[in-house]
Ligand binder design. Structure first.
Ligand code: TRP
Length: 456
């Protein structure tokens, strides 16, 4: 409907509607970060204070940067490298490059964790979690069995990467957009059901208390960096994924409205996941700091205890896989957009070749729980957890810091404003946003970094 704006570059896709852009961006944001990662890192960092600082970062750092990425993407209609090159070039092009590299790194282990979810979908199809009173103690052990099986993990990782490549091959509108539109609403429904059930259960009050009553003493420098890094990870920011999606948007899109909607949805899903899982943790006397297996150890207990658990377990893991897919395609899309726009590869070649390379890069992560479990890279973290830490806590916030500085100080305010307000949109909080992106956001990110290296 709006292709006439871009007749000079017929090869690039465009979202077919405004809703398509919102759904795709929300699909990118909502993923394993919300359902797998948020609850487990919240458990490891002590709850309340961590959650509140995370929410603070979403508002003061996340939303302003999401607007900035969309502005840069839509203004240039380019991949991240091409976008920075066109707007300024020189060393700024490196910001785009960092994004493409982060895409490789993050997607490599993302597919491994998503592979666990595919395995759990398979298990639920086999009836593993269907109603049966004896499961409360046994269910969590299933996760250990999976981690002990290197080749099962590589197999499911490959299955998931295959699915991701298949969707990205379909192109922007038909592949990404259609997929997102169908699954997001179902995901919301099932999570709301699980969360309501959790809060109403015996462990509900303790879970609410754990999640929202801050004990500020627990918020040390590493926790702050983890919360801020996770705000980037969860909103898909700091590496040009949202920038790339913005590059497929046309002038009719209200950027601030989309950024706000997507951020609210994303945060909502994270909170729902916490509310679904922590009541189970407390009811069954489990350890909140159980680590990366939390979602796989908690929810299946409930599935096994509830009538209809067979169907619900299938639905839940199907949606988890789907949420992961809509995020993974945005990670792969950054890499593919770079090879298509800058290297003039065709989409098919870029997707197949890069998908395969990223799969290979992910194999050490798949082996990191058993064969390679003694290779600790950072502290006592295995390979997967280590590259997750480096990418999330350092690459993304650094990328975000540079994007904020670029938008606030290199792009002229006139250009930025013209872009946000294109298509007769009036951005009432333009002044506030520009102030945030210029001063507040970069200073906050820098402070959290400096705090981590022990400057205060
Ligand atoms: N936001 C997704 C999640 O929460 C993961 C993701 C997709 C991502 N694209 C990204 C993270 C780009 C960082 C950057 O699961």
């Amino acid at each position: 409907m709006t292709h006439h704006h871009h007749q000079h570059k017929p090869k690039r896709g465009l979202w077919t509607s405004r809703l398509g852009f919102i759904m795709a961006s929300a699909g990118s944001a909502v993923g394993l970060g919300n359902i797998w990662k948020f609850p487990y890192i919240t458990g490891m960092h002590g709850g309340g204070a961590f959650v509140l600082f995370f929410l603070f970062c979403i508002v003061s750092v996340g939303i302003p940067i999401m607007i900035a990425e969309m502005v840069i993407g839509r203004h240039t209609h380019k991949d991240p490298v091409g976008a920075f090159r066109r707007l300024k070039g020189g060393p700024w092009t490196l910001v785009g490059w960092m994004g493409v590299i982060a895409g490789f790194v993050i997607l490599s282990y993302y597919c491994v964790v998503a592979g666990w979810a595919v395995d759990y979908l398979w298990l639920s199809l086999k009836g593993t979690f269907s109603f049966s009173g004896r499961y409360a103690k046994e269910v969590p052990l299933i996760f250990g069995n999976l981690l002990a099986d290197d080749w099962a993990q590589v197999f499911w990782q490959a299955v998931f990467m295959g699915l991701t490549v298949w969707i990205v091959l379909g192109g922007v509108a038909s592949g990404l957009e259609r997929a997102n539109k169908i699954m997001m609403p179902i995901l919301f429904l099932i999570l709301i059901t699980l969360a309501v059930r959790g809060v109403a259960s015996p462990g509900g009050a303790q879970a609410l208390n754990f999640l929202f009553t801050p004990d500020w003493g627990k918020l040390d420098a590493p926790s702050m960096l983890e919360a801020m890094g996770h705000a980037f990870f969860s909103l898909s920011l700091g590496m040009g994924a949202i920038l790339t999606y913005g590059s497929y948007a046309d002038e009719s899109v209200n950027i601030p409205a989309v950024a706000f909607t997507v951020s609210v949805m994303d945060t909502f899903v994270a909170m729902l996941s916490g509310l679904a899982m922590f009541p189970i943790v407390f009811t069954y006397g489990m350890e909140p700091a159980a680590g990366p297996g939390l979602v796989f150890k908690t929810l299946p207990i409930i599935f096994a205890q509830m009538p209809g658990g067979f169907v619900i377990s299938i639905l839940f893991f199907m949606l988890l896989v789907f949420a992961a897919l809509t995020s993974a395609i945005s990670l792969l899309e950054v890499v593919v957009a770079y090879y298509c726009d800058e290297k003039k590869w065709d989409r098919r070649k870029a997707t197949l070749v890069m998908g395969f390379i990223i799969f290979l890069l992910g194999v050490p992560s798949a082996l990191s729980n058993n064969m390679l479990k003694d290779y600790h890279i950072i502290g006592d973290r295995n390979f997967l957890d280590s590259i997750d830490l480096v990418a999330t806590n350092y690459l993304l916030p650094l990328g975000g810091l540079l994007i904020a500085l670029f938008t606030g100080w290199v792009m002229t305010p006139k250009l930025a404003r013209a872009e946000v307000e294109k298509g007769n949109i009036r951005f009432r909080f333009y002044g506030a946003w520009h102030f945030l992106i210029r001063y507040v956001t970069p200073v906050l990110v820098a402070l959290v970094f400096l705090n981590k290296v022990g400057l205060f």
